[in-house]
Design a protein. Structure first.
Length: 496
């Protein structure tokens, strides 16, 4: 029963936070940006002190190993969480497909090993059954179910939806593979062909049940989810890939509709003026694959910033929130911070000197104008996945968390998903463990939290993932149809 509750919460948490954000009042749109100057910028890996370089080297390789060790070599399915028994998350597969290219470039594995794992993954998704049945399919209309059974590869259960955003995150890895494996060998040619076929099969307009917006998902029993993707959140990539489709594209008015709610969360929060989305994953997922530096859509031009700068301001706001620590949580400060969707101790109400405190299991923690959800649980991916935005504050944070709690929160696969120094109640936990004098610590990692750490470290170090994706014609087409101009889009397209 506990496992089922955890699974259901993972599906519903994004719909809940999305609905909450839409009821907020409009924030002032003309406020200035940062009120305090940033710390001395560390623009490159080479500019970081040797100890920080060594830490990042180690973290990147360990995080890569999570994907390599956890995936099924025969199907390429990546578990939602690991170690331990788990269903597969298709979004984690997308991060995994990208991880294999990083591993090949870094020398963690050979290119041939990356090719073999990628080819197995793409063959599985290309051949997986697509139909309207409740239990005998992996997807429908080119979309895939959020969670798949690790053994059968079919829908994990009737509680999981055909997910537009998780399919999109899977496609991030699929299109990365299409552009990265560019050699004239039979296997790399097949990778490109399979990747193209998987992307072309997605029927984006079918998911526009409330035109021109794109629905969050569909189930055979309940049909379309009654919520659509409206900005600002991780749904940017949904619309960009839907706009770039060569077979079933949506019209450009979909992007305008997506942006139409932006002003409800534009404004100042803890010293930063930016487009708010409380959990950090909303600033990281699309940005893990797309380099927004210097490219702008109509909304960006009106507000004189790009989405990369927006992510940078969001990172500083999270740190500023932790320094202010309005909830009085243990450990918060300039180098211990980070709220995003993550595991937690569980659903408990604890009496303390501060009064009754609520602790949650998996939920979309965050702090912004849209909402605040904070129970003292820190997720290292909130900082780690923001390293490309603001390395000067992320590096000290990762160092401090590892030095202070590393014995308990840093293992063979890098940082565990989350920890909570404020939770010390002896009780039956749904996940993780209680460490005396430390607090609650998780015992597993989540693929959708490992992914931003790995991809954004590499983007900061070399721009590798961003540069591969710039070669993909579908990415360029999606951005251009959304109205993006300038920056690298102004240059001649790279030869695929």
């Amino acid at each position: 029963m506990q496992a089922a509750k955890k699974r259901i919460s993972r599906v519903n948490v994004f719909v809940a936070l999305f609905a909450a954000a839409l009821v907020l009042a409009t924030a002032p749109a003309g406020a200035a940006g940062r009120t305090t100057p940033p710390l001395k910028a560390i623009h490159t890996f080479q500019e970081a002190p040797p100890a920080q370089q060594a830490m990042i080297d180690d973290l990147e390789q360990r995080t890569f190993r999570w994907f390599w060790d956890s995936a099924d070599p025969a199907t390429g399915l990546v578990p939602d969480h690991y170690p331990g028994e788990s269903f597969s998350s298709i979004a984690a597969v997308g991060f995994g497909l990208t991880a294999y290219g990083i591993g090949a470039e870094r020398g963690y594995i050979t290119r041939d090993q990356a090719v073999q794992r990628t080819l197995a993954t793409l063959k599985f998704f290309h051949d997986a059954p697509q139909n309207a049945s409740e239990d005998d399919a992996a997807g429908y209309h080119g979309f895939f179910y959020h969670f798949l059974d690790m053994r059968t590869g079919k829908r994990e259960g009737r509680w999981t939806e055909l997910s537009s955003v998780d399919t999109t995150l899977l496609l991030g890895g699929v299109l990365f593979a299409q552009s990265y494996y560019d050699r004239d060998t039979p296997q790399e040619q097949q990778i490109r062909q399979l990747a193209d076929a998987i992307y072309r099969a997605v029927d984006w307009p079918w998911m526009q049940v409330r035109y021109p917006l794109i629905s969050m998902g569909w189930t055979p029993g309940g049909k379309f989810i009654p919520s659509d993707w409206k900005g600002y959140n991780e749904g940017k990539l949904v619309y960009l890939l839907a706009l770039g489709s060569p077979t079933h594209p949506v019209k450009p008015d979909a992007w305008k509709a997506w942006c139409s709610t932006y002003d409800t969360t534009w404004g100042r929060f803890h010293g930063e003026t930016f487009l708010n989305f409380a959990p950090m994953f909303g600033h990281q997922y699309t940005e893990s694959w797309i380099d927004f530096r210097g490219i702008r859509d109509d909304w960006n031009r009106k507000h004189n910033l790009d989405y990369f700068e927006n992510g940078r301001r969001a990172t500083y706001a999270q740190r500023n929130y932790a320094i202010a620590n309005p909830g009085g949580w243990t450990g918060y400060g300039k180098n211990v911070w980070g709220l995003t969707a993550s595991n937690g101790p569980g659903g408990f109400i604890v009496k303390s000197a501060q009064g009754e405190r609520k602790f949650h299991g998996y939920t979309a923690r965050g702090a912004g104008l849209d909402y605040i959800s904070d129970d003292g649980t820190i997720a290292p991916t909130a900082a780690g996945g923001s390293i490309a935005f603001a390395p000067e504050i992320v590096l000290p944070a990762l160092m401090a968390m590892k030095q202070r709690y590393g014995q308990y929160i840093y293992d063979q696969y890098g940082f565990v998903d989350a920890f909570n120094p404020s939770f010390h109640t002896q009780t039956a936990l749904r996940t993780g463990k209680l460490v005396p004098d430390v607090g609650w610590v998780d015992t597993e990692q989540l693929g959708i939290d490992q992914g931003p750490i790995l991809l954004m470290i590499e983007n900061w170090r070399s721009g590798f993932v961003w540069n591969v994706m710039k070669k993909n014609p579908y990415i360029r087409k999606g951005l251009e149809r959304a109205g993006f101009t300038g920056g690298w889009l102004a240059a001649e397209p790279a030869t695929p």
